[in-house]
Design a protein around this ligand. Structure first.
Ligand SMILES: NC(=O)c1ccc[n+]([C@@H]2O[C@H](COP(=O)([O-])OP(=O)(O)OC[C@H]3O[C@@H](n4cnc5c(N)ncnc54)[C@H](OP(=O)(O)O)[C@@H]3O)[C@@H](O)[C@H]2O)c1
Length: 327
């Protein structure tokens, strides 16, 4: 079957190892489901995989794609929970296990979840990594309450998009930061109450900060918190070493958390929530067919795409949505 896969790890030039070609079809086995993939989305995790930075050691080739949606063996429309295993040793689809950027993907039965009504396959293919992490960070880790104030660092990334949309739907007042005019427009479209430039001092301190940007924003994140505020660190796109004023932490009795992904129960709760609140992941770019996914990867790696980047693996079953991609 056709797939987009990492043929080799290339730390200096990750896309050098990206291939479109034939991979073995998965075989049926007890406790597993084979899903016919309709749409799959890209994540930074795929770029890390191509660079050889993986959660467990393994040798390529491996099919890329953590997130996807499609049709299961019983003909049900489903979306995929991408976490395999539990606790500190969990791994993701693509960590030595073939992922969703293929005609078929094989996952444990528990990882197959009914596609939320009202979401297209493309949209449902965006929930697995960024939306799950955003949900788990806000609800599970930061214990966000209705009416609290939230600061989200960044707008254009798929994770920031999800945090903004979910925090607003959970009843929070949301301030987001973005470096670009396009990011300011998108942030407001996603529901943020205000969008400011990174590092802008906030008139009102916030209860919760969600930071996946890292080095460039971490100092501002801590400075923006109210007494007893909670900061959740989810990533380090701009660098791994951030400014930390210790006095700010103890004087304001801050809680600081690191967080990764989420549980199967949280994924199911997220799917129910997006269905109930009629939320839709923002798709910034999409292409038809796996072969075209190679160019999508190049644009994604050059940071040219705001929002999620989606491959319609089976374009006939993933009807075109034009409104999102015009941003
Ligand atoms: N912990 C987990 O389980 C988990 C799950 C998913 C992702 N992640 C991580 O979270 C991070 C974000 O992922 P993503 O998918 O949203 O994609 P991304 O492309 O890494 O997102 C970039 C985001 O960072 C902002 N940004 C980038 N450079 C910046 C800078 N120098 N100063 C200020 N803001 C900057 C951008 O905002 P503007 O362009 O609007 O300024 C954008 O929102 C990645 O590092 C990823 O590995 C972690």
């Amino acid at each position: 079957m056709k797939a987009l896969y990492a043929e080799q790890f290339a730390p200096q030039d990750p896309l050098a190892g990206l291939c479109f070609g034939d991979r073995p079809e998965p075989s049926r086995s007890e406790g597993h489901e084979i899903v016919r993939v309709v749409a799959a989305s890209l994540n930074r995790h795929d770029l890390w995989t191509l660079a050889g930075v993986t959660m467990v050691p393994f040798d390529p080739p491996v099919t890329l794609g953590c997130d996807g949606a499609g049709i299961d063996q019983n003909g049900r429309a489903v979306t995929i929970f991408p976490v395999l295993g539990h606790g500190p040793k969990f791994q993701m689809l693509t960590d030595g296990v073939d992922g969703t950027l293929a005609a078929l993907v094989k996952v444990p039965v528990a990882n197959v979840v009914r596609k939320p009504e009202g979401l297209s396959f493309e949209e449902a293919a965006c929930l697995g990594t960024t939306w799950l992490t955003a949900w788990s960070a806000l609800v599970g880790r930061a214990r966000l309450q209705d009416g609290e104030r939230v600061l989200v660092q960044g707008v254009s990334g798929g994770l920031s998009n999800a945090v903004i949309a979910l925090a607003r739907a959970l009843g929070a007042h949301v301030t987001a930061t973005s470096r670009t005019e396009q990011g300011h427009i998108l942030g407001l479209k996603l529901g943020a109450n205000e969008v400011v430039a990174p590092g802008t001092p906030l008139a009102d301190p916030v209860d919760v900060v969600i930071d996946s940007v890292g080095a460039k924003t971490w100092g501002h994140s801590l400075q923006s918190l109210a007494f007893g505020g909670r900061a959740v660190c989810l990533g380090a796109t701009s660098g791994r070493i951030g400014e930390t004023h210790l006095r700010t932490i103890f004087a304001n009795e801050l809680e600081i958390y690191g967080h990764k992904m989420g549980t199967e129960e949280e994924f199911r709760a997220l799917c129910d929530f997006v269905e109930w609140r009629d939320l839709h992941p923002f798709i910034g770019a999409h292409v038809d067919g796996l072969e075209a996914g190679q160019e999508l990867f190049r644009r994604y790696a050059r940071d040219e795409i705001a929002g999620k980047a989606v491959v319609r693996v089976d374009p006939a079953l993933a009807p075109r949505r034009t409104a999102d991609a015009q941003m």
